[in-house]
Design a protein around this ligand. Structure first.
Ligand code: PAD
Ligand code: ZN
Length: 379
């Protein structure tokens, strides 16, 4: 008989307030669910959007969706993982049964909990309680806690030797950026690219554009502290729109002649989405929207932009089928097929999670990873 676990978690009681580290009770996993000891977690721009109140989810909530840990216990009917396995919880599941999962292209599993976040598990209840109050989950993951409960369909079982404080970013940041380039845009050798937003996601996009053989990668950010790191990753030209006398998209078009072949938006603002589209060349330019705009915002642009053959596309988690692809991504990283280490600029103990959020908010980091107290010795 599995017991309730009492452990530490960072609770967001409301938006626009620091997280509070408190004791929570974590219920045992129900059928099809897995309880995980979280060892490390990255902080993503989406967590920040939610904490700033611009993207709505139910509160109080345990944030975090970029974690790595060890299976502590499994509920009934769980067959693909067992206690002690190393896993990455996935914000986008892969049920392998719905029409999206059965379609060879695309990855937007119909069991997702991202677009309409209820904060609850599939039976309509939560596994977290704090001071007698129900605490909501985030995207079925919630990784800013020593223990969490995740559905089996939202777990990637990964190589036991993978370093958790590195590979945690392979559950969101890296596949999101890589897939935007390899799957959604399909960046070709010799092409020109522009990347709006040089944070964690934008940096992963830059790495992948470079790996695809792009001849020019223009990076756009309002924080010039991002430029040296972006150049080290492969950006050839940096632009700060606030220092330009013309709209940044006009400058990008002038720099490239007709506009870029591929534009990526990794900020999460509708203005930068339009600027990205307007940076694309006629007759083949592709704009990929990766950033998450504020809840209920509307994207508005001149439809004449599309008539000459520009395309606007979007994707979540880089359109990778998450459970199929992410274990392989971890193995490829362990075999040194690519290097993600420059994407992690800071590591901190879990107790300093509010400082980690300040770093992200002030733009002083690419990714900060917080380390929870536990070790890998067992559940
Ligand atoms: P981040 O905070 O690390 O990076 C955002 C960057 O944008 C920072 O460098 C900012 O300085 C920069 N920025 C802010 N305003 C502007 C502006 N007006 N013009 C140019 N640059 C600006 O966040 P992140 O990289 O973790 O996330 C970026 C977006 O991607 C964010 O909206 C997040 O919600 C989204 C995301 N999408 C997916 C997905 O699957 N589609 C996954 C994860 C994150
Ligand atoms: Zn599915």
């Amino acid at each position: 008989m599995l017991r309730i676990i009492t452990c530490w978690a960072a609770i967001a009681w409301t938006a626009n307030a620091p997280l509070s580290i408190e004791e929570v009770e974590v219920d045992p996993p129900k059928a099809g669910e897995v309880r995980i000891k979280i060892l490390s977690s990255g902080l993503c721009g989406t967590d920040l959007h939610i904490l700033e109140g611009r993207n709505k989810v139910p509160f109080p909530v345990i944030l975090g969706h970029e974690g790595a840990g060890i299976v502590e216990s499994i509920g009934e009917d769980v067959t693909s993982v067992k206690p002690g396995d190393k896993v990455l919880p996935l914000p986008l599941p892969q049920c392998r049964e719905c029409s999206s999962c059965l379609n060879p292209t695309g990855n937007f599993c119909l069991e997702e909990n991202i677009l309409t976040p209820t904060g609850l598990m599939s039976d309509g209840t939560s596994r977290f309680t704090c001071k007698g109050k129900r605490i909501y989950h985030l995207f079925g993951t919630s990784t800013f806690t020593e223990y969490t409960v995740v559905r089996e369909i939202a777990l990637a079982k990964v190589d036991a030797s993978a370093p958790v404080d590195q590979v945690c970013i392979l559950s969101c940041e890296v596949p999101t950026g890589f897939g935007a380039v390899f799957n959604t845009a399909k960046v070709s050798p010799g092409s020109t690219c522009v990347v709006f937003g040089l944070g964690g996601i934008g940096s992963a996009i830059v790495l992948a554009c470079k790996a695809s053989g792009a001849s020019r990668i223009i990076g756009v950010d309002i924080n010039e502290e991002k430029f040296p790191r972006a150049e080290a990753l492969g950006v050839t030209d940096c632009l700060n729109p606030q220092r330009l006398e013309k709209p940044v998209q006009q400058v990008v078009v002038e720099m490239t002649g007709l506009g870029v072949d591929f534009a990526f938006e990794a900020v999460g603002l509708t203005d930068t989405m339009v600027a990205a589209l307007e940076s694309c060349r006629v007759s083949s330019g592709v704009c990929v929207v990766v950033g998450v705009a504020p809840t209920h915002s509307q994207l508005s642009f001149d439809p004449a932009l599309l008539l000459p053959g520009r395309t606007v596309k979007g994707g979540t988690m880089g359109e990778f089928k998450t459970r199929d692809f992410i274990p392989q991504l971890v193995t490829d990283y362990l075999q040194k097929k690519f290097n993600i280490d420059p994407l992690i600029t800071h590591k901190m103990p879990f107790e300093k999670i509010n400082q980690a959020f300040e770093l992200l908010q002030n733009g002083n980091c690419i990714r900060c990873v917080v380390k929870l107290g536990g070790d890998e010795s067992g559940p």
